[in-house]
Design a protein around this ligand. Structure first.
Ligand SMILES: C[S@@+](CC[C@H](N)C(=O)[O-])C[C@H]1O[C@@H](n2cnc3c(N)ncnc32)[C@H](O)[C@@H]1O
Length: 276
């Protein structure tokens, strides 16, 4: 039987991604021309509401210059670069997909942010970092690929300093079944959704106390309605990363949100001492 982690990795395999990005980014200018995180937002912010959501999450989490931040399931690194540029922090991204990490390093080079942003390949379920190493941890649209939430949230708590903030932005199950494929899973086998209440219970049991807890579903629905009116963003966009069927995956996410099958949660929680 194929391991679910391998199936998730396959979903994000993106063969030839860096070369594809290199070619697509020629639209912005020559290879040696520095790009901004904002220019890349249509292709490297892989979650509902894109750059706006990352900016709001960073604000809620109080990320400031000098902090050391971990982005778990950092994708091709858009949130990490945006945080480093706008907040002045250092960011380490970790992701299961080797092609995504290679692309993240390439895009970071193109933005000149390599001094403050780095990436490694690895699993969110076995973070290769010291206890208490980070001031803040981000998890955006990743938990829905991970069935073992207790292990996920406990390892995040382990690498976070006591008092530090865990900022999470994820999809939650509302009712019934969902339309597939969706952006994080082509079949239900690799989709591990929880309700909002179960998500909160799992995170708090791992050693966190909520500072901000917000249902972001209406904002996500507004964003979907706007996309339906304006059509897909100009190329290059997430279709360049995920392949030609991405429009179908994104459309199903929209249907699931609009039909009340899925919701979106944005939350920031403080890491509390082990015995509290
Ligand atoms: C929808 S993308 C979100 C990427 C990024 N957080 C963003 O918002 O732009 C989900 C990411 O989670 C990563 N991922 C899924 N399961 C993972 C795991 N167990 N460990 C590390 N990364 C994982 C995938 O490889 C993918 O890059």
């Amino acid at each position: 039987m194929t391991d679910v982690l391998d199936e998730v990795r396959d979903h994000y395999r993106a063969t030839g991604l860096t070369e594809r990005l290199r070619m697509a980014l020629a639209a912005f200018g020559p290879e040696d021309q520095r790009l901004t995180p904002q220019q890349l937002a249509a292709l490297d912010q892989f979650h509902t509401r894109g750059l706006a959501a990352t900016a709001e999450l960073a604000e809620l989490a109080g990320i400031t210059a000098g902090m050391s931040v971990l982005d778990v399931g950092g994708g091709i690194g858009g949130p990490a670069r945006f945080l480093a540029e706008t907040r002045g922090c250092r960011v380490t991204g970790i992701d299961l997909s080797a092609p995504f990490v290679e692309a993240a390093r390439y895009l970071t080079d193109r933005t000149g942010l390599g001094g403050r942003v780095s990436f490694e390949t690895g699993s969110a379920l076995a973070l290769p970092f010291e206890d208490g190493q980070f001031d803040a941890v981000l998890l955006q649209h990743v938990a829905m690929n991970i069935a073992d939430r207790m292990r996920l949230y406990r390892d995040i708590r382990r690498v976070l300093k006591t008092g530090g903030n865990f900022a999470t932005f994820d999809v939650v199950e509302l009712s019934g079944t969902q339309h597939f494929p969706v952006p994080w899973a082509r079949t239900p086998a690799t989709s591990s959704l929880l309700t909002e209440a179960a998500t909160r219970a799992a995170i708090e049991a791992a050693g966190f106390r909520a500072r901000h807890w917000r249902d972001d579903t209406e904002a996500a629905k507004g964003w979907i309605a706007q996309l339906r009116q304006s059509g897909p963003p100009a190329s290059p966009n997430l279709g360049t990363v995920m392949g030609p069927d991405f429009a179908e995956l994104a459309a199903n996410l929209g249907r699931n949100l609009m039909e009340g099958r899925l919701g979106i949660l944005m939350a920031v929680l403080e890491a509390v001492p082990a015995n509290s």
